[in-house]
Ligand binder design. Structure first.
Ligand SMILES: NC(=O)c1ccc[n+]([C@@H]2O[C@H](COP(=O)([O-])OP(=O)(O)OC[C@H]3O[C@@H](n4cnc5c(N)ncnc54)[C@H](OP(=O)(O)O)[C@@H]3O)[C@@H](O)[C@H]2O)c1
Length: 322
C-alpha cells in the first residue's frame, strides 16, 4: 500500500527524511481493527518526528500521521482517536496512562491507505461531516477542546486569550471558544492571520504582546517562550494558563513572583480522551462548526504539505487524501 514514512531523522530539513511509497499491508493484532483511510491531516508532530524530537531513531521507519478518518472493517465511517492508552492505567483517562503514546510514535500512523488501531480507537463519524473535516479533529481540535472545556475552568460568559492565531490548535480554540459563548482574544504576528482570526469569530485580534481590553480568565498557550510573559500578564488574578505546546521554545522565565502574587494556575494539557472526541464530534454536528482547512492534497504530495507546514505559511489544517 502507499504510505508516507519517516525514513530518516533530519533535524534541519525535516522534509528530506520523508519517504513516499510502498509499505507492507498492516496486520491487525487481536483486539485491533483495520481502517481504510479516506483522509488524514498533518500536524507539527509529524515535523517533530522527522526532526528526531520525541522519537528514538531505532523506531524508524514509521508511518507518519496522528489524525485520520475512514471506513472500518464493517463498512462504518469512523474517526480515528490517536491516543493509544489504557484508561484503567490512567485512573479512567487514557491520556494519563504513563505508557500512553500517540499514533506514529510506537505504532504506524494515518498517512497511509490503511492503518490498524485498537478497536476502541475509532468513533463514529457524524454523517454531516466530510471525511476531510473529520480527519482534522482528532489531534489539534481535540487538544483545543480539552484545553478549553476540561482544563481551563472557563464558564459560559468568560474570556480567553489564544496565542499564535494561525496554528492548528489556536484556530480550533477560537472557533470552539466562540461556539461556547466565550469572549475570545487572539494574537498573531501576521496582519493577515489577525484578519482571519476575526473572520473565525474572535472578539478582537491583536499583535503579540499588546494590552488586551480586559484581563482574561484563561490563556490557551501553545507558542511557549515567545508569548509566555504576555500570557501571564494578560490573566486576571487566579486565572489559568493552559499549556499544550511550546513551538517557539520550552524555557521562558517562569516569572514566579507574578504566578504567586496574582495566584495564577499553570495547567498542562495533552490531546484528549475518546469520550472528549465523541463530544467534540457531537458539538461539530449540532452547531455546524467545522475545522479550518488550509488545503487538501493527494497523499503522494505529502512532501509539499509538510513543507508548507514547516514554512508556517498555513492557516488551519493541511489534509492528505489517499
Ligand atoms: N500537547 C498536545 O496534545 C498537542 C497537540 C497538538 C499540538 N501541540 C503542540 O502545540 C503547538 C502548536 O501546534 P499547532 O500545530 O497548533 O500550530 P503551529 O503550526 O505550530 O503554530 C503555532 C503558532 O505559533 C505561533 N508562533 C510560532 N513561532 C512563534 C514565535 N517565534 N513567536 C510568536 N509566535 C510564534 C504562530 O502564530 P502566528 O504566526 O499567528 O503568530 C503559529 O501559527 C506545537 O508545539 C505542537 O507540538 C500539542
Amino acid at each position: 500500500m502507499q504510505a508516507v514514512t519517516a525514513g530518516r531523522i533530519s533535524p534541519d530539513d525535516p522534509v528530506a527524511g520523508v519517504d513516499v511509497g510502498d509499505r507492507p499491508e498492516p496486520v491487525a493484532p487481536d483486539g485491533w481493527i483495520t481502517v481504510t483511510v479516506r483522509a488524514a491531516s498533518l500536524n507539527h508532530h509529524d515535523l517533530f518526528t522527522l526532526r528526531g524530537i520525541g522519537i528514538k531513531p531505532e523506531r524508524l521507519p514509521i508511518v507518519l500521521g496522528c489524525d485520520g478518518a475512514g471506513i472500518d472493517e464493517d463498512g462504518n465511517a469512523v474517526v480515528i482517536h490517536g491516543v493509544i492508552g489504557d484508561p484503567d492505567a490512567g485512573g479512567g483517562d487514557e491520556t494519563l496512562d504513563p505508557r500512553r503514546s500517540l499514533l506514529s510514535e510506537l505504532h504506524d500512523g494515518t498517512l497511509a491507505e490503511r492503518i490498524v488501531v485498537p478497536r476502541r480507537n475509532v468513533v463514529p463519524k457524524p454523517e454531516a461531516m466530510s471525511f476531510e473535516d473529520a480527519a482534522c479533529v482528532g489531534t489539534a481540535w481535540l487538544t483545543a477542546y480539552r484545553m478549553l472545556f476540561t482544563r481551563s475552568g472557563v464558564q459560559p460568559g468568560g474570556s480567553v486569550l489564544v496565542q499564535g492565531a494561525g496554528g492548528g490548535v489556536a484556530t480550533a480554540a477560537i472557533v470552539l471558544g466562540r461556539a461556547a459563548g466565550f469572549r475570545v482574544y487572539a494574537t498573531s504576528r501576521s496582519e493577515a492571520k489577525r484578519g482571519r482570526a476575526l473572520e473565525l469569530g474572535a472578539t478582537a485580534a491583536l499583535e503579540p504582546g499588546a494590552r488586551l481590553p480586559e484581563r482574561v480568565d484563561a490563556v490557551i498557550e501553545t507558542v511557549g517562550e515567545a508569548t509566555w510573559s504576555h500570557s501571564l500578564k494578560s490573566l486576571r488574578p487566579g486565572g489559568r494558563i493552559v499549556v499544550a505546546g511550546a513551538t517557539s521554545g520550552p524555557a521562558p522565565s517562569a516569572e514566579l513572583n507574578r504566578v504567586f502574587f496574582t495566584q495564577l494556575q499553570v495547567i498542562g494539557s495533552t490531546m484528549g480522551t475518546r469520550g472528549e472526541l465523541v463530544k467534540l464530534l457531537d458539538l461539530c454536528a449540532s452547531t455546524g462548526i467545522r475545522p479550518v482547512i488550509d488545503r487538501v492534497l493527494p497523499l503522494a504530495q505529502a512532501r509539499e504539505g509538510l513543507a508548507v507546514l514547516a514554512s508556517g505559511e498555513v492557516f488551519g489544517k493541511v489534509v492528505l487524501t489517499p
